[in-house]
Every structure is written in structure tokens, then in C-alpha cells.
Design a protein around this ligand. Structure first.
Ligand code: BG6
Ligand code: MG
Length: 218
């Protein structure tokens, strides 16, 4: 039984995970070291400040900066990131996503956004996705970042759904762990081996339907 689908944003509905990575890699370069794509995996799903700590640790710089300097580095990363996302349009929504969201809606099942990002609203508007969700929970309302289950528990509460009837769509290991801790089933999107803890795997939403989800996850 699936009453509510909760979607992560970055890397699930839109390909912004690579923009987050590119912006952090630029900050690392400015600080004098290379931040690899493999290292970038650990920042997926993780809050902005926690991501900064991961980047600084990769460069051996974890004790180098004051809190104020860290705030500046995070703000600079965000400015670079916003430059990259500001040109996004509805064409940037990943293949199959829009028709899957419509299909879920047609079944009367709640669609909730559950993202760690403080920029979720900007992206939803650029990509004309906001109207596809009954509720939006994002980095502006959540205090404890994934893998804490808060974002998904808030999402279920907003939809009036029991955790056991929710399915979370996630591209990050931290998000799959958050879903499991929330008592929810999860779909690991994108095929990364880091998502082996998910209830089921989905490479892409292309040709995927709500009926297929129910058949595979129930
Ligand atoms: C998550 C991303 O969705 O949002 C993380 O996967 C990112 O990489 C986090 O750090 C916070 O995003 P923002 O936009 O608030 O910096
Ligand atoms: Mg993500």
C-alpha cells in the first residue's frame, strides 16, 4: 500500500547534483587542492555546512578556518551554485519525471518534496515543478539534515500519511538511511552502488509508472 511518494530534489528530479559538485570543486581549487567526483559522492543529500566540512577534510584543512570564514566559503559556493541553476528551465527536469509525478497524482497519492536544499524553491519555480506537489519540505524548514529522518517525517505529517505507507525516492546514501530511520520504504534512483540499502533500485523514471512501483515495492 502506497499513500504518499516523497521525492528528493537534487539528483532525483533534476540533475543538480553535478552543479553542487562543480561548485565545491571550484572552492577546493581556490583553496589549492583537487576535490574528486568520488569524494563528492559523500556530499550528496548532506546539508551545505556539513558538505563544506567534507570538502575541507578532503583537503586536510578541517582546522584551518574560523566559523565566520566557513560561512563565507559556504556563501561563495552557494553563489557559484546559483549561477549554474539560475538558467534552468522545465527542459532540465530529468526524463520521465514529469509524467511519473502526473501518474502518481492521477492515483490520488500525495506527492511531497523532501529536500535538504535551501534553494529548492528556486529550482521548483525555474523548472515549473512546484504545482506538482501537495507539500514541500526543504532546507528552510528542516533543522536536522539527512541521514536524520526529520525531513521525511515532516513530509509524511504534511500529507497525513503513515510512515509505513510512504515511499522515498533518493539518489544519496544519506537519504536512503534517513528513509529507513523514518520507517519508510525507499527507491534508490540512478544506480549508484552506494544505494544498496534501498528497498528497490531505479535507474531512471523513463517508462516507469505508479503501478510498476506498487508491483515492485509492495
Ligand atoms: C541536497 C544536495 O539536496 O541539498 C546536497 O544533495 C546539498 O549536495 C544540500 O549540499 C544543501 O543544498 P543547498 O542548496 O541548501 O546548499
Ligand atoms: Mg539528492
Amino acid at each position: 500500500m502506497v499513500d504518499c511518494c516523497i521525492f528528493d530534489l537534487d539528483g532525483v528530479l533534476v540533475d543538480t547534483a553535478r552543479f553542487h559538485y562543480e561548485a565545491w570543486a571550484a572552492i577546493a581549487r581556490e583553496l589549492g587542492f583537487a576535490f574528486t567526483a568520488a569524494q563528492g559522492e559523500a556530499t550528496k543529500g548532506v546539508s551545505r555546512m556539513a558538505s563544506l566540512e567534507i570538502v575541507l577534510r578532503a583537503g586536510g584543512l578541517e582546522n584551518r578556518f574560523t566559523s565566520a570564514e566557513k560561512e563565507q566559503l559556504a556563501a561563495r559556493k552557494n553563489a557559484l551554485y546559483l549561477q549554474k541553476v539560475s538558467g534552468m528551465t522545465p527542459a532540465d527536469v530529468l526524463p520521465g519525471v514529469r509524467s511519473f509525478l502526473e501518474d502518481v497524482g492521477r492515483h490520488g497519492v500525495s506527492r511531497v518534496l523532501g529536500s535538504a536544499s535551501k534553494n529548492a524553491g528556486v529550482i521548483l519555480d525555474c523548472c515549473d515543478l512546484r504545482r506538482m506537489f501537495e507539500a514541500v519540505v526543504d532546507g528552510t524548514t528542516v533543522t536536522r539534515a539527512k541521514p536524520d529522518p526529520e525531513v521525511f517525517l515532516q513530509g509524511a505529517a504534511r500529507a497525513g500519511a503513515a510512515a509505513s505507507s510512504c515511499v522515498v525516492f533518493e539518489d544519496a546514501a544519506a537519504g536512503i538511511e534517513a528513509a529507513t530511520r523514518a520507517g519508510m520504504r525507499s527507491v534508490g534512483v540512478g544506480g549508484s552502488p552506494a544505494l544498496s540499502g534501498a528497498t528497490m533500485q531505479l535507474r531512471s523514471f523513463e517508462n516507469f509508472s505508479f503501478d510498476m512501483l506498487c508491483r515492485q515495492i509492495d
